[in-house]
Design a protein around this ligand. Structure first.
Ligand SMILES: Cc1ncc(COP(=O)(O)O)c(C=O)c1O
Length: 419
């Protein structure tokens, strides 16, 4: 049988220099040629939205699609009030600040957005970063060192792993497994300067929620601190989109919450919220803040207005949940396996990398744009189509997706359904 390469095959080639590694990697790209199914980096001629005109990587033709690729859960990146706020910000503050926050790149609207984010999470203060990725690097790279022990849920986002890399002591615990976590806490308690538990609020590939009440209770029992990345919770979970901490009522039991402006807030950028003193410390000691120009004003203006809309137009969040319930019901009634998602992230489990990529291609050919999540986003053989629902999808969009999926499953003999 022909070997199917995964990205894991090219992670480390000790004998190859960078050009040889890149040359070897062409095998990964070229293996998709016959099926025309290379799935990454498509170019869109339209906004990243529920409908997208996407260039076919192979034919160069534009394909009109119903799209499920974006985490723009509330569609706010295109909301007319957000666009107006973006225009106002660019007119008043220009396209970029061209300076890092501590040395001048800090405007009224940056400060105002930080205050709003702190309020959202019930924290004293917040600090902006240029992305959610940079926020996790900034927090985890700089608060902890080899005197500390950080316990990490195995399914946290890559940016947390990257922030912790080579920096501190880490132990990875089985996903949401409170017995396992307690075992590790019991073993490690009292040995370190800081004992820390890190989790996502909503897990980005499975859409399930961290057991935050359980985690906080264990943290209190063993003298540990809790850090939560709520990138996918804000705008989605909790009262008026206040996030997963609000949903579980644990804001006061969590030290720092990190997040992004690039999902429900429809913009770009990231942040961390916590006590005033911790945030003061991060302002100068987190290197991804100190040595990087601040977020562009239009992105700040847009995110700030989007945050107001959680309260001003709460029916948008309601619409997101109605769409989510509708899609999940249709998919599970049809026998597709959608895991344990409790959010608008719907993992359509396939558990075979090649099949997931092939299914995505066949859907694309029929005007459905959805990306396969394969290694390194998920473990090998845990591949799935990651379907992101938005408040903007119409019922016709959702029906078109389900009908097309059923058709592809049938016609291409994919056997994606359990029954
Ligand atoms: C859980 C989680 N944290 C952080 C990030 C990074 O956010 P950003 O896209 O703003 O860098 C993501 C993005 O995919 C995410 O899913």
């Amino acid at each position: 049988m022909k070997k199917f390469y995964t990205m894991k095959d090219f992670v480390d080639m000790p004998e190859a220099n960078i050009y040889e590694s890149a040359e070897q990697f062409q095998k990964f790209i070229n293996q998709f040629r016959d099926d025309k199914s290379y799935p990454y980096g498509f170019v869109s001629g339209t906004a990243v939205s529920r409908n997208m005109d996407v260039l076919d990587y192979y034919s160069g033709n534009e394909v009109n699609t119903v799209s499920f690729v974006s985490s723009n859960y509330l569609g706010l990146s295109q909301h007319h009030k957000v666009i107006k706020a973006v225009k106002n910000a660019v007119e008043q503050y220009g396209a970029g600040t061209c300076a890092a926050p501590p040395i001048g790149g800090y405007t009224n609207i940056h400060k105002e957005l930080e205050k709003k984010l702190a309020r959202l999470h019930g924290k004293e203060d917040a600090i902006l970063y240029t992305s959610g990725y940079a926020a996790n690097i900034g927090v985890f790279q700089n608060l902890f060192n080899k005197s500390d022990m950080v316990l990490v849920d195995m399914f946290v986002h890559a940016s947390i792993y990257d922030g912790l890399k080579n920096n501190t002591n880490t132990k990875i615990y089985k996903h949401n497994d409170m017995n396992y976590l307690e075992l590790v806490l019991n073993r490690e308690k009292g040995k370190y300067r800081n004992l820390v538990i890190v989790t996502d609020g909503v897990f980005s590939q499975d859409g399930d929620l961290a057991n935050l009440p359980g985690i906080c209770t264990l943290a209190e029992k063993y003298g540990a601190m809790v850090f939560v990345d709520d990138a996918h919770g804000v705008g989605v979970m909790g009262n008026l989109g206040k996030g997963t901490l609000d949903y579980f009522g644990v804001e006061d039991r969590v030290e720092i919450v990190t997040g992004t402006l690039s999902k429900a807030l429809g913009s770009a950028g990231g942040y961390a919220a916590g006590s005033k003193k911790l945030i003061d410390y991060l302002r100068l000691y987190s290197r991804s803040n100190t040595f990087s120009a601040s977020i562009a004003p239009p992105a700040v203006g847009g995110a700030s207005k989007a945050l107001d809309l959680f309260e001003e137009e709460p029916y948008i969040i309601k619409g997101l949940w109605e769409n989510t319930a509708y899609l999940k019901k249709r998919l599970s009634d049809s026998g597709f396996c959608i895991g344990l998602s409790e959010s608008p992230i719907v993992p359509l489990m396939i558990n075979d990398d090649m099949k997931a990529i092939y299914a995505a291609r066949k859907l694309f050919e029929r005007g459905v744009y959805v990306v396969p999540a394969t290694y390194p986003a998920v473990k090998l053989k845990n591949s799935r189509l990651r379907v992101n629902v938005s408040a903007m999808h119409t019922l016709e969009d959702l029906d078109y997706f389900c009908d097309t999926l059923e058709e592809v499953d049938r016609e291409c003999d994919l056997h994606l359904r359990a029954n």
